[in-house]
Design a protein around this ligand. Structure first.
Ligand SMILES: C[S@@+](CC[C@H](N)C(=O)[O-])C[C@H]1O[C@@H](n2cnc3c(N)ncnc32)[C@H](O)[C@@H]1O
Length: 730
């Protein structure tokens, strides 16, 4: 067995940490289409190589590898990270996911594409769209008198009708449109006349340059209440009975390439009559169309989608404004008219991915001055200010996209992703600089230049029903759902309803109206899926995978959750499958600054559970007392620190949970009875873990010490320890 021996925590952790800062630069393939909670490709490359090669990982990682006789499965493939990494090094792969969007996306990633045909078709699509709707994304630059310059972003505020006086009010939570980080000044909206005021300093704010009203930062809308500026009545929102919220265009950011050199910063403006007329004209054009592709599907209830219902959204099309619906409908028509079927599928994938920027739930980042797409958090939060991106996209003089969220951006990313399939690379730091190392000889796909074929089997089914021949797999590498953290199906339905309408129902899983399934292994209150459902499902999948593994082959998977309860389910599933966990490896797998992690106390560390039916485990991993557990965690901290990380209390918690789960499995393995009811099995596992000591005390003990002290203790501990290769067989 080799992951346990060969895996290099500092190397992989440092690569994974960098990858998660800008994953697209390290693994451009992820840009084929959004998927949630993608783990680092570098981590799975590290796992595959350390299992199948005995060379040091520091060498194999940057060189070309080929394991043509290995077969790998992933029962929870999502966006396909483990599968792609295994396919890239020559393995045959077998992937399952319950969500039809996952199967679609992974097939898109793997399937060869004639890039020149794609480039031609995408150029033509953009040109046609430009001719049809380009004028709706233009404005006049009042600063320099230039006409018809492209708009980057339109900014909209939600509007509410006063219950008492019937007049409309803007639901501004604040009046600061842009901070002075990426722009030389702060941009403040006048509460009185809506003029945009550029202010170097926020203290004092002074008066509006147009109407002289005093400027302020705080807006009237707070905690679902807003005082009517006309009559003072306190109104509450949202008001679902009024239907979907209405919006008012209050600002725009545009791009004036001609004046870029003489102008410092961005170009903002309050919309003028022409801008309002352009939007009205787009709306008229939309209403005159007989839509063929805009889905009319209802939004089903769910933990995440109920938020949309609370705001009065009932259909998916309610989430878009008229200009967006017009552009998307026309885009779909152009895609359907494309002759080349493969290219048609690629463009349909692009449209599905484009949707996340082309809807009225996108927010505006007032600091970074860009659009935040609907999936920038794993949910459907409804803001008061929404950002509409230019649907076509803008290119600068050298052809690179300006701003985000348009066709040009999506096509550029997709092209890079497909090029990467033919020429994958790794990125290394040399003297503080990033160096791109092409890995010649590796490629992603089923066949390259007429050479031997690699098998790629992708199935849209619940892995609780996966049929794989016994003892046929050399490894299972996966990343299961993390209990209730991400509602994959509820979120992906947003894209799926469009894609299905566009491409039809004949693709794997596309007969379903929604991607939701009672068998999805996520906790979900609406669907009444709790920890028992998760534990039973995971157990059934792992049992199937364990039977399919060759003797001694690994099932390795990543996991993290803030609650120990989720790890109980993991422990039960591993025991049910007759597996033993021979190692728990910490690895950064999220970006600390990402919106859904930052400031939440969540961990960015995953534990990789390496499990086998037979094998050996290092004796020193079999801790008895809390002090020994603390020692193991401190060792992990040394490795992570060497990788350039400073683990947080949340990270320490996840590392502890990983070790105690591993140890719980070890202690129960000989007396485990899979016939007992799931509630009993969960109880037994909970009991085994709680007998290891008070975990919160252990976590506090480690997290409460100055960081350097933990490292010092671990280093002393390692210095005095005799090289301990003593192993226990199982
Ligand atoms: C954490 S994600 C995998 C992410 C993936 N590794 C990636 O890099 O994008 C977990 C996946 O499990 C899938 N899933 C949930 N329940 C399932 C089931 N019963 N059978 C198969 N897949 C399931 C979800 O649809 C989701 O794609």
């Amino acid at each position: 067995m080799t992951i346990e021996r060969n895996f290099d925590i500092p190397l992989i952790a440092s690569l994974a940490l960098k990858e998660k800062q800008i994953q697209q630069n390290y693994r451009p393939i992820i840009a084929v289409h959004k998927w949630f909670a993608r783990r680092p490709g570098t981590l799975f490359r590290g796992l595959v190589l350390s299992e199948f090669s005995d060379e040091p990982l520091s060498e194999t990682f940057f060189n070309s590898n080929n394991f043509p006789n290995k077969t790998i499965a992933d029962p929870f493939m999502g966006g396909g990270t483990p599968l792609i990494e295994a396919n890239r090094v020559g393995c045959d792969v077998l992937g399952f996911d319950i969500n039809p969007m996952s199967a679609w996306i992974v097939r898109e990633e793997v399937e060869r594409l004639d890039l020149s045909a794609y480039e031609k078709a995408s150029r033509s699509l953009i040109q046609c769209l430009k001719n049809e709707i380009g004028g709706f994304y233009r404005t006049d630059c009042l600063l320099y008198g230039d006409t018809g310059v492209p708009v980057k972003y339109f900014l909209w505020v939600k509007v509410l009708q006063c219950e008492r006086c019937d007049k409309d009010m803007d639901l501004f939570p604040g009046y600061l449109l842009a901070q002075n980080r990426r722009h030389p000044s702060n941009v403040i909206i006048c509460p009185q006349c809506g003029e945009l005021n550029e202010k170097e300093s926020l203290h004092p704010l002074g008066q509006c340059k147009s109407c002289r009203a005093p400027l302020r930062l705080e807006g009237p809308a707070k905690r679902n209440r807003c005082a009517c500026p006309h009559c003072g009545h306190i109104n509450t929102y949202p008001r679902p009975s009024d239907g979907p919220p209405r919006h008012r265009l209050f600002a725009m950011e545009y791009h004036n390439a001609r004046r870029k050199s003489e102008h410092s910063g961005r170009f903002f403006k309050k919309p003028d009559q022409g801008d309002l007329a352009r939007f009205a004209a787009a709306g008229k054009r939309w209403r005159e169309l007989e839509p063929l592709f805009v889905p009319d599907q209802e939004i089903l209830p769910g933990d995440e989608s109920d938020r949309l219902h609370r705001w009065g959204y009932t259909k998916y099309q309610d989430l878009f404004n008229d200009r967006q619906l017009l552009g998307l409908e026309l885009g779909c028509r152009l895609i359907r008219a494309t002759n080349n079927e493969r290219v048609q599928r690629a463009l349909a994938t692009n449209l599905s991915d484009l949707l996340r920027y082309q809807n009225m739930l996108c927010r505006y980042d007032a600091m970074a001055l860009k659009s935040l797409d609907i999936f920038s958090v794993h949910g459907f939060p409804v803001g008061l200010i929404q950002c509409e991106s230019n649907m076509i996209g803008i290119a600068n003089g050298s052809g690179a996209p300006v701003g985000s969220g348009g066709w040009k951006n999506i096509i550029e990313k997709y092209t890079k992703a497909k090029k990467y399939c033919d020429m994958p690379f790794e990125t290394r730091q040399k003297n503080g600089h990033k160096v791109i190392l092409p890995v010649r000889g590796e490629w992603i796909g089923e066949q390259n230049n007429g050479g031997p074929k690699r098998r790629v089997q992708i199935k849209c089914i619940s892995s609780t029903r996966a049929e794989i021949p016994e003892q046929s797999l050399d490894a299972v590498f996966t990343d299961p759902p993390y209990f209730g953290n991400v509602q994959y199906a509820e979120l992906m339905d947003f894209c799926y309803v469009w894609l299905r309408r566009l491409v039809g129902e004949s693709f794997d899983g596309f007969h379903q109206k929604s991607t939701r399934s009672p068998d999805e292994l996520t906790g979900n209150e609406t669907q009444k899926r709790g920890i028992q459902h998760f534990a039973e499902g995971l157990s059934s999948v792992y049992q199937r995978m364990a039977r399919a593994l060759k003797p001694g082959a690994p099932l390795a998977f990543t996991f993290h959750h803030n609650k120990m309860e989720a790890y109980h389910a993991v422990g039960v599933a591993i025991l049910d499958a007759g597996l033993v966990c021979s190692s728990t490896i910490p690895c950064p797998a999220e970006m600390g600054g990402s919106i859904h992690i930052h400031g939440t106390g969540s961990s960015i560390i995953d534990t990789v559970f390496v499990c086998r039916v037979h094998g050996t485990i290092k004796r020193r991993l079999l801790f008895q007392a809390p002090s020994e557990l603390i020692g193991l965690v401190q060792d992990d901290l040394v490795h992570l620190t060497a990788a350039g990380m400073k683990p947080s209390a949340g990270d320490i918690r996840c590392i502890v949970y990983g070790h105690v789960t591993r140890m719980g499995i070890w202690s129960l393995r000989n007396q485990w009875n899979t016939k007992e009811p799931i509630s009993e099995r969960l109880k037994k596992f909970t009991h085994a873990v709680s007998s290891m000591g008070n975990l919160q005390d252990i976590i506090r003990n480690i997290a409460g010490k100055p960081f350097e002290q933990n490292l010092l203790i671990a280093e002393q501990h390692q210095r005095y320890e005799i090289e301990d290769d003593d192993a226990v067989s199982f």
